[in-house]
Design a protein around this ligand. Structure first.
Ligand code: 2PG
Ligand code: MG
Length: 424
């Protein structure tokens, strides 16, 4: 079926910041839309998010953040090459690569390429008359991903109420996604109640819907989340464990890791030591970005001494980039990768980074961004790609719940399985 129209336009994300949307129309009269997310703790090696900057007149009220250039690239540089062609995700992505052969999509903007690529994926699934998840995995049981969910937020997402970015939970003992989500909601609500009872600020809901409760140390914050789990009546370790997103690039100054709420600075070597103690003292099964994005030696030495069960997850380190992943595989810097489509810029190359990681025995966690939209394609990608895990933020905010609700829907409507990825 042929493409009849490709349209880019500007919409708002969950932080009220402009982002790119694309719509692809087909001969049968249907139109398929997508909206791209945007990060705050953005890694230096991510694909380029094209924003207009301060010069643009149309940008007057958006503090330099409008995306008219990226939108114009869809409408004038991409659309003419797609209209009249058969809809097919792989050919659309191939064309986008030809139009911008730079690895970071700096000419068209990765927000322009990803919006187009996602709309093409959704339109391609429509033509086959299957869900987007099924488009990627046509037969066999679909694998609903294990959720990794934000309870406490800090860092760039919550005005630095905590030095690190997130304390999350993973309900590894749940037998279905539906059960997993119910446990998570209970823990989040318990944390909000316990926080209020203790006289802490609990009305601060962070960018990803997590609680922005201030704590003097990471250890105190972890203890608080553990108490919330126990008060709900769930067993720590066998049913639910902790996960951290340290987002260490944010507090690394090139020489030291500065935990400002604690008032302590650590050299790279000392921070490896500190991180090891932290994971040994708490039931933490996953640690994301424990070191800065280019501090490879810290990653490498930590990976050598970390407990074998620990998921060492590269986000800013790997930026869903094949070359950086290759380095991490050969140097054994990490054993897992966060997969974010907008760090990469195309649906097919994001999936191929995921496959490359899985082939090397890495765990894969498909992730939302802190600036999200009401779109739910992420849930389908994580499921159809058999990622095993997904991270979306918390269970507050329609832009977060759109993804959780889509996973509930997939579990209810498709032939699915749900597994604990930490048993592999
Ligand atoms: C992260 C993400 C999502 P951001 O660091 O993993 O939590 O944050 O989108 O701001 O990069
Ligand atoms: Mg991260």
């Amino acid at each position: 079926m042929k493409i009849t129209k490709v349209l880019g336009y500007q919409v708002l994300d969950s932080r009220g910041k402009p982002t790119v949307a694309a719509a692809i129309s087909l001969e049968d009269g249907s139109t398929h839309t997508s909206r791209v997310p945007s990060g705050a703790s953005t890694g230096k090696h991510e694909a380029v998010e094209l924003r207009d900057g301060n010069e643009s007149i149309s940008n007057r009220y958006y503090s330099g953040n409008s995306v008219n250039l990226a939108v114009a690239n869809i409408n004038s540089k991409i659309a003419p090459h797609l209209i009249g062609k058969e809809i097919d995700l792989t050919s659309v992505d191939q064309k986008l690569k030809e139009l911008d052969s730079s690895e970071t999509h700096e000419f068209l903007g990765a927000n322009a390429t990803l919006a187009t690529s996602l709309a093409a994926a959704i339109a391609s699934a429509h033509v086959r008359n299957v869900s987007l998840a099924r488009y990627f995995q046509p037969t066999g049981k679909l694998l609903i991903p294990m959720p990794m969910v934000n309870i406490l937020s800090g860092g760039a997402h919550a005005n630095r109420t905590l030095d690190i970015q997130d304390i999350l939970i993973v309900p590894t003992g749940a037998k279905s996604f539906t059960e997993a989500l119910s446990w998570i909601v209970a823990v989040r609500e318990m944390a909000a109640n316990l926080g209020s009872k203790a006289g802490k600020i609990t009305h601060l809901v962070a960018d990803e819907g997590g609680l922005g409760i201030p704590f003097d140390s990471i250890e105190l914050a972890c203890t608080f989340v553990l108490e919330s789990i126990e008060k709900v009546g769930l067993r720590v370790g066998t049913e639910i464990s902790l996960a951290l997103d340290i987002a260490a690039t944010q507090f690394f100054d090139g020489a030291s890791y500065n935990l400002t709420t604690l008032g302590k600075s650590y050299s790279s070597v000392e921070f490896v030591d500190y991180s090891l103690k932290l994971v040994k003292n708490f039931p933490i099964i996953s640690i994301e970005d424990p070191f800065a994005e280019d501090d490879w030696s810290a990653w490498n030495s930590f990976s050598k001494i970390a407990p074998k069960y620990l998921q060492i997850l590269g986000d800013d380190l790997l930026t869903t980039n094949s070359g950086r992943l290759n380095r991490a595989i050969s140097e054994k810097s990490a054993n897992s990768i966060l997969i974010k489509a907008n760090q990469n810029g195309l649906v097919t190359s994001t999936q191929s980074v995921l496959k490359q990681a899985q082939a090397a025995g890495f765990n894969t966690v498909v992730s939302a961004r802190s600036g999200e939209t009401e779109d739910s394609w992420l849930a389908d990608l994580a499921t159809g790609w058999r990622a095993g895990q997904i991270k979306v933020g918390s269970t507050h905010g329609a832009e977060r719940n759109a993804k959780w609700n889509r996973l509930l829907e997939l579990e209810a409507t498709e032939d699915c399985e749900f597994k604990n990825p930490f048993l592999n």
